[in-house]
Design a protein around this ligand. Structure first.
Ligand code: PHE
Length: 452
């Protein structure tokens, strides 16, 4: 699977840049569609200029939650299909075709096509997303110190796509025609697919179906050792943290999206910022602070301070809690003013904290999985991580729905408290968890803040 002699560019295998641009456009497609999904669902059917489906916010957020869950849940199947039948490369191609068909189905004004489109997207992303990530790793031989830097670049690509999408798809979808927005998302994936197919010559040695997968060859052979079992326990516990994190973080596309639309004063120098543009903020901040954050954590670790993955996750959870405190500030502020609208800076600040937390948790978790999972369960664990992300998305939807009755203040406070609680728990148990990790992190220099 590893390419050892290959052409390089900027010190990295050329194939990395093929994967970079493919995933950039896939994420453009994914986040573009997502930025307008609940807005389209809740737009009035009677709107003369740009009618939507006229759903209630509660219904829309419920669908958003299910979609968010399944789209990542399918990662387990996507991984399994690649391992057993297609190999990662073909899975990415098939996934890309599904995504293109899915986006263009949404572009058709018919409810049947709408649901078919969602189904196609769920299958497509499930096939493409985990496998393209695994392919990045496959470009680097074991122990290659450039691997982490490669993931950093890949992660920046993801976020460039995620940054541009809500601006373009959001603008044309929200202001011109929802279906035009979905078509744009479809064109994005066509570009990604073209890059992948035409750049195939740089990916010859990676992502192919292995006849005798070393992973699967051993699956039933030997019982797990005590150390391996302990490490799996730590991993499963870290998955619980990750669920709470994503449930909070993914409020962005749902509840916070609607909150931005209805309760935030979006006028800046007389220009009304389209609601969907807020969906670019996460990505914007990641591109802005991704590298400095990785550097900071590295420095912190080099100073001899506690910088285990679990500790970083704890820090992330506390910061996440503060970000919801900021949203509570927004609701309070809005209750004081005449228009009942919150100033925009609360939201900008909250999103910023989200990203500091994300960079302390998400890439760290991926890197952690590769360190702790027994080799024979490595893909299974990675698939499980994607599924967990999916569960977090679903939980986010449930919380968003609850806000329709309980009100935003109540839901923002519950999330802030939950994150604080998990953060404190982590700090209390970090030493113990490190003990049962049996030094899994000690022998590898962690350039965290990278792969995500
Ligand atoms: N920004 C990340 C991405 O789109 C978010 C993510 C992390 C999604 C982990 C799935 C799993 O890739």
């Amino acid at each position: 699977m590893n390419q050892t002699s290959q052409e390089t560019f900027l010190g990295h295998p050329k194939g990395l840049f093929i994967l970079f641009f493919t995933e950039l456009w896939e994420r453009f497609s994914f986040y573009g569609m997502r930025a307008i999904l609940v807005l389209y669902l809740t737009a009035e059917t009677t709107d003369k200029l740009n009618p939507g489906l006229g759903w209630t916010s509660k219904e829309a957020l419920a669908l958003y939650g299910w979609y968010g869950m399944f789209v990542y849940f399918m990662g387990i199947f996507g991984g399994a299909i690649a391992d057993k039948w297609l190999g990662q490369k073909k899975s990415v191609v098939v996934g890309g075709v599904f995504i293109i068909l899915g986006q263009f189905s949404l572009a058709v004004d018919s409810i049947m096509m709408f649901y078919s489109g969602l189904l196609l997207l769920v299958c497509g992303v499930g096939l493409l997303k985990p496998n393209i990530s695994t392919m990045v790793g496959g470009l680097y031989p074991k122990g290659d110190s450039k691997r982490d830097a490669g993931f950093t670049l890949f992660y920046i690509g993801i976020n460039i796509g995620a940054l541009a999408a809500p601006i373009l798809v959001g603008y044309f979808g929200e202001k011109v025609d929802w279906h035009l927005g979905f078509s744009l998302a479809g064109f994005g994936m066509i570009v990604g697919q073209a890059v992948f197919v035409f750049g195939g010559k740089h990916l010859k040695a990676v992502g192919n179906l292995l006849k005798h997968s070393p992973t699967h060859g051993h699956l039933a052979d030997q019982p797990l050792t005590k150390v391996e079992k302990d490490r799996i326990v730590v991993l499963l516990l870290s998955f619980l943290i990750v669920i709470v994190f994503w449930a909070a973080y993914e409020q962005a596309g749902g509840l916070m999206n609607l909150y931005a639309r209805d309760s935030v004063d979006r006028f800046v120098f007389g220009f009304e910022v389209p609601t969907s543009w807020f969906q670019s903020l996460h990505a914007f901040y990641v591109v802005l602070i991704g590298a400095p954050m990785a550097w900071l954590w590295l420095k912190w670790g080099n100073m001899g301070k506690e910088s285990s993955a679990i500790f970083k996750m704890g820090v992330g959870m506390i910061i996440m809690s503060i970000s919801f405190l900021a949203l509570m500030g927004a609701v309070y502020d809005a209750s004081l003013n005449m228009l009942g609208k919150a100033p925009i800076y609360w939201l900008l600040f909250s999103y910023f904290l989200h990203v500091i937390a994300e960079l302390s948790i998400s890439p760290v978790a991926l890197s952690f999985i590769t360190k702790l999972a027994p080799a024979k369960y490595a893909s299974l664990m990675m698939g499980a991580y994607f599924a967990i992300t999916g569960l977090g998305n679903k939980a986010a939807g449930i919380l968003g729905e609850a806000a329709q009755e309980a009100g935003e203040m109540a839901v923002f406070s519950v999330i802030a408290l939950a994150c604080l609680f998990v953060g404190i728990l982590i700090f209390l148990f970090v030493k113990k968890l490190k003990v049962i990790s049996h030094g899994a992190e000690d022998d590898i220099t962690e350039l965290s803040g990278v792969e995500g």
